[in-house]
Structure formats: structure tokens, C-alpha cells
Design a protein around this ligand. Structure first.
Ligand SMILES: NC(=O)c1ccc[n+]([C@@H]2O[C@H](COP(=O)([O-])OP(=O)(O)OC[C@H]3O[C@@H](n4cnc5c(N)ncnc54)[C@H](OP(=O)(O)O)[C@@H]3O)[C@@H](O)[C@H]2O)c1
Length: 345
């Protein structure tokens, strides 16, 4: 990476299946200068999310505009203000928000960029993309506000070893639930057991429907769905009375031409159950509450971030592909440069 240039990753072509190197174009340009009412940001971390492949496919998703071929790819980042002509953003401030896959950005803090200033809680600022960012907040609002967990509930979480999933597992344990985590492979099952899962299901080796039925003889009280497809269908076959299904994501369907067709959703009827989707940016008005609660759990040590850090700006394409191959553990982040509280300074 050239420190004296603005390095960028752009869309080279539309991905077919998982993203591959040829889908990305690396470019460099002069570092931009801020005009009146603008500030210049230097990027430290960029987080990876499955939705980025949809951006590259030219689809409008997660409130971002569709990308044309040649556009810089959308991505949320932690960045430092290094020049400023903006009254509310001072040199030395750290923010997280929409910076794109680039090492510098000029901004006027538009609503579209959704910048938030970082709380300094004495931990690496990477935490602002995980536990104190959209990944942690998705777990918080999805589980707590939509799922309404009660102490003793049987909670099933799919994608349990991923960014959102590792937070949901830990929050459900903090709230006194029995947690069944579903993930791909023995190592991931070991990981989710170490952060609190009472039962783990390796969906690559085991029959998910059978294992869910065995682990939840009284049925599922709350299913937090990150993957959709057959796993969602298996959970619908094992509902307790007044069960809640929270639709967070459906990554098992994102590479399919046609979405999976559920045939058993009517099981909701017999059990007075509900299935509720949510979109994280519909909870913007309440982000302060999530940040406050999550920061307290972090400080107390009850909640531990699980981060998979790819070092170097050049790793962004590989890091995005990892989400679809299952190579990531916890939240996938690319570290562009070390920041405050980072080990190795
Ligand atoms: N509703 C919202 O506002 C909102 C906000 C954020 C994220 N989301 C959604 O939440 C989900 C989790 O997001 P995240 O950012 O935390 O990503 P993540 O879980 O870290 O994503 C990658 C993981 O998904 C699993 N996976 C990949 N392909 C799969 C397949 N075919 N079947 C089952 N699992 C598969 C892999 O784990 P294994 O190795 O275990 O397969 C992989 O490590 C995604 O579906 C995302 O779109 C929604």
C-alpha cells in the first residue's frame, strides 16, 4: 500500500458465484483535499459483510446505492480526521461510517455516510466495527428487541461462529438462555462452545433437523436466523408454543439464482409463533442504547469480541470471499494501519 496515495478497490466486473480476484480492480489516486465544510479521513479498519457482494452485483442493498462497474466498493470503516474545515469534526477525532474500500476519503458528513464518533473504552478501535458497530448492534436489536428472550429460553443461532452470530451467542448467555449454536466444522463448533454455546451442531457433518429435534425436545423458544434455507425450515419444524423467529440474514441463499422456497411456514400458526425480520438501520434512533449496553458488557468482560483480522489493504477481496467459503471466525476485518490501543504499537 502506498501511504502517499489514496489506494482503492473498485468493481471490475459483476461476480458470478463467490467473488474472485478478477472481480476487483485496484487503483491509486492523489489524496483528496477537503473544501469548505469538509474533512479528510484516514482509514484504519474496514469491516467485511456478506452484503458487499450484492453491492458489487449492482443491486441496491442495505440503503446504499447500486455500484456501477468502476465504482469504489462500499464499506464501513474506522477512520481518523486528519484535516478539517468542518465545525463538528476536529483533527484527531475518530469516526466509523461509510468510507468505502479506500485509504482516504473527503467527507461533509452526509446522512448517507452515517458517521458516529467512536467511544474510547480503552480497547482497539476495531471494536467500533464489531461489538460497538453495525455487527454488534444487529445482534443486539435482533435478539433483544425482536426476539424478546426470557431467562431459560431455548435459543438456536445459525451462523453462530460469524460476526453477528458470536455476539448473539454471548448476549443470549448473558440473558440466561440455553443456547444451541449451528456452525460449519469442528473448529467453529469448538469456538462457539468456548463463548457459551451449551450445544453445538456442525451443519456440514450432522443432520441439522435431527440434531435440533434432539437438542430441543420441548421445542425452540427463539431462533436467530443468519442463514435461511434448510436450517430455517428445520427450525420451523421444531417450534415451542409462542416461539419467535428473527430473520437477520439468509447467507445460504445469497449465491443461488432462486431463493429457497419455504414450505412449512404455516407451522407458525399451530404454535402461535411469530417470524419477524429487521434491518439494522431502522434502529438508528436507538443506537445510543445499544452502544451503552454493549460497552458495559465489554468492560465487565461478559462480552468478548471475536475478530478475524486480515492485515493489509490488499487483503480486502480475499477477506470478502472468506465470508462465503466460511473461512472467517467472528467478524472479518481488514486492518489498514494500527490505531490507538492496538497491540504491537
Ligand atoms: N438484518 C440486518 O440488518 C443485518 C445486518 C448485518 C448482517 N445481516 C446478515 O446477518 C448474517 C451474518 O452476517 P455477518 O456479517 O455476521 O457475517 P458472518 O456470519 O461472519 O458471515 C459469514 C459466515 O456465514 C456462514 N456461511 C457462509 N455460507 C453459508 C451457507 N451456504 N450456509 C450456511 N452458512 C454459511 C459461514 O460460516 P460457517 O463456516 O459456519 O458456514 C461464514 O463464516 C448475514 O446473512 C448478513 O447478511 C443482516
Amino acid at each position: 500500500m502506498n501511504e502517499d496515495r489514496n489506494c482503492q478497490w473498485r468493481v471490475a466486473r459483476r461476480p458470478a458465484g463467490n467473488v474472485v480476484a478478477e472481480d476487483f480492480l485496484y487503483t491509486e489516486e492523489d489524496i483528496p483535499r477537503p473544501g469548505d465544510g469538509e474533512f479528510l479521513l484516514k482509514t484504519y479498519y474496514i469491516n467485511l459483510a456478506p452484503v458487499m457482494r450484492m453491492y458489487m452485483s449492482g443491486k441496491s442493498a442495505a440503503g446504499e446505492k447500486p455500484l456501477a462497474i468502476g465504482d469504489v466498493i462500499h464499506g464501513r470503516a474506522v477512520a481518523e480526521v486528519i484535516e478539517s474545515n468542518h465545525p463538528q469534526y476536529k483533527i484527531g477525532d475518530f469516526v466509523h461510517g461509510q468510507c468505502g474500500w479506500q485509504t482516504y476519503k473527503v467527507s461533509s458528513a452526509t446522512p448517507q455516510e452515517k458517521f458516529r464518533k467512536l467511544p474510547d473504552i480503552g480497547m482497539s478501535y476495531s471494536v467500533a466495527l464489531g461489538t460497538l458497530g453495525m455487527t454488534g448492534f444487529s445482534a443486539y436489536f435482533g435478539l433483544i428487541d425482536c426476539g424478546k428472550p426470557r431467562r431459560g429460553d431455548v435459543v438456536v443461532v445459525s451462523g453462530a461462529a460469524g460476526g453477528v452470530g458470536t455476539h448473539v451467542v454471548q448476549l443470549a448467555k448473558i440473558l440466561g438462555c440455553k443456547v444451541i449454536g449451528i456452525a460449519g466444522g469442528k473448529e467453529k463448533c469448538d469456538l462457539i462452545r468456548s463463548i457459551g454455546c451449551d450445544v453445538t451442531i456442525d451443519y456440514k457433518e450432522e443432520d441439522v433437523a435431527e440434531q435440533i429435534a434432539a437438542a430441543c425436545p420441548e421445542g425452540i423458544d427463539l431462533y436467530f436466523d443468519n442463514v435461511g434455507g434448510e436450517t430455517l425450515s428445520a427450525c420451523l419444524d421444531n417450534l415451542a408454543m409462542r416461539s419467535r423467529i428473527v430473520l437477520c440474514g439468509s447467507i445460504s441463499e445469497y449465491l443461488l439464482d432462486e431463493p429457497y422456497g419455504l414450505t412449512n411456514y404455516t407451522n407458525l400458526r399451530a404454535t402461535n409463533s411469530t417470524m419477524q425480520g429487521f434491518f439494522i438501520y431502522n434502529h438508528v434512533h436507538d443506537f445510543d442504547r445499544a452502544e451503552h449496553d454493549m460497552a458495559n458488557w465489554l468492560r465487565s468482560g461478559k462480552l468478548k469480541p471475536v475478530e478475524h483480522i486480515f492485515d493489509g489493504f490488499e487483503k480486502l477481496p480475499e477477506a470478502l470471499a472468506s465470508l462465503y467459503t466460511g473461512a472467517n471466525y467472528g467478524i472479518a476485518l481488514v486492518r489498514i494501519r494500527r490505531g490507538p490501543h492496538d497491540k504491537g504499537d
